[in-house]
Design a protein around this ligand. Structure first.
Ligand code: KDG
Length: 325
């Protein structure tokens, strides 16, 4: 019997979120949050009742301690996390509603951070054996050569040990030192995943010669069962290897505080619904609702829903849509 439903590998950062909208050069007040795509997804899965664990490094500093406390509070296992003296915990800033209203921009201060020194040693076979499934993203392999090797080891071990992999391409061009590497490094890691989450921009990078539908068939050829293409406020589309297709529109929200983190809640709710055997179309709807909820607050994990919240949200929007008909 495995101890964890999901494990992942990735950097957890201190997020300094601008309290006032506008360019950071005028900011005086920042709100502290804790975030990072893999942490966000595990945190959302944990709220939905899954047992989770994260592989990472933090600095042996106050912010590292803050992150460890946050992970424990979210019920994420920390037994594979190293706190190290020789590098600091990474941080990043968020600028909101500028230059494009409704959008956010991130500024990283994470080069040389503790997590960027992760390597193969951080990925212990016994930990992977104790996990049922693995969630990976395209962010960690971009952090450094040694992080890339660590993700590669986790991906290979998952395959050897028969663990299902769920992958979000999450290509952050600001992080890739060598953009030429993106395709060659990510495609083998994505290969054979159960579900891949992506977006049109990432698909263009991964398959520069191909149209959207062709890129998706290439993903199916590499053993993937389901591809979900997220398009923010334009909604999302789902393709299965067996030829099913669904589209879901994004739910309108009057309050957009900060859009960062919405995609992670979307991934987690979709995966959780899929594993609960909720029909794919409804799973896509629940995932969109979760993404919508996260944009109503600053911080990536605070508004992530549990099942009860999701049900209440779904009911509210169904009634609202009925009234509009
Ligand atoms: O998905 C949200 C993340 O992108 C954000 O919290 C920070 O992990 C992060 C990253 O590397 O961009």
């Amino acid at each position: 019997m495995e101890s964890y439903d999901f494990i992942s590998i990735g950097e957890v950062l201190i997020q300094l979120n601008n309290v006032t909208p506008g360019p950071l050069r005028y900011s005086r007040y920042f709100e502290v949050h804790i975030a990072g795509a893999e942490f966000n997804v595990l945190s959302a899965l944990s709220k939905l009742g899954f047992r989770t664990g994260l592989i990472t490094r933090v600095g042996k500093d106050e912010f590292g301690e803050m992150i460890l406390r946050a992970l424990r509070a979210e019920n994420i296992d920390t037994s594979c996390i190293k706190a190290v003296d020789d590098a600091p915990t990474g941080i990043y800033f968020i600028q909101r509603h500028y230059p494009i209203p409704g959008k956010s921009t991130v500024f990283y201060y994470r080069h040389g951070s503790a997590a960027s020194y992760m390597d193969e040693e951080d990925v212990q076979e016994d930990y992977v054996r104790r996990a049922r499934r693995v969630f990976l993203t395209g962010i960690t392999p971009a952090l450094s050569e040694s992080c890339y090797r660590a993700v590669k080891k986790l991906s290979e071990l998952s395959r050897e040990l028969g663990k299902e992999v769920f992958f979000d391409t999450n290509i952050r061009l600001k992080l890739w030192r060598n953009v030429e590497n993106v395709r060659d490094r990510l495609l083998p890691l994505i290969h054979g995943s159960k579900i891949v989450f992506t977006n049109k921009e990432d698909l263009k990078i991964l398959f520069p010669q191909n149209l959207l539908e062709e890129s998706i068939s290439k993903l199916f050829q590499s053993g993937i069962d389901i591809v979900v293409v997220k398009s923010g406020e334009e909604g999302s589309s789902l393709y299965t290897r067996d030829g099913e297709f669904y589209r879901e529109y994004a739910y309108p929200t009057p309050v957009i505080e900060d859009v960062i983190g919405a995609g992670d809640a979307f991934d987690a709710v979709f995966i959780a619904s899929f594993l609960k055997q909720i029909p794919l179309k409804d799973a896509l709807k629940l995932a969109s609702l979760a993404g919508m909820l996260v944009v109503t607050t600053r911080g990536d994990v605070e508004a992530q829903p549990d099942w009860k919240t999701l049900e209440a949200l779904k009911k509210y929007y169904e009634e609202k849509m009925d009234l509009l008909r």
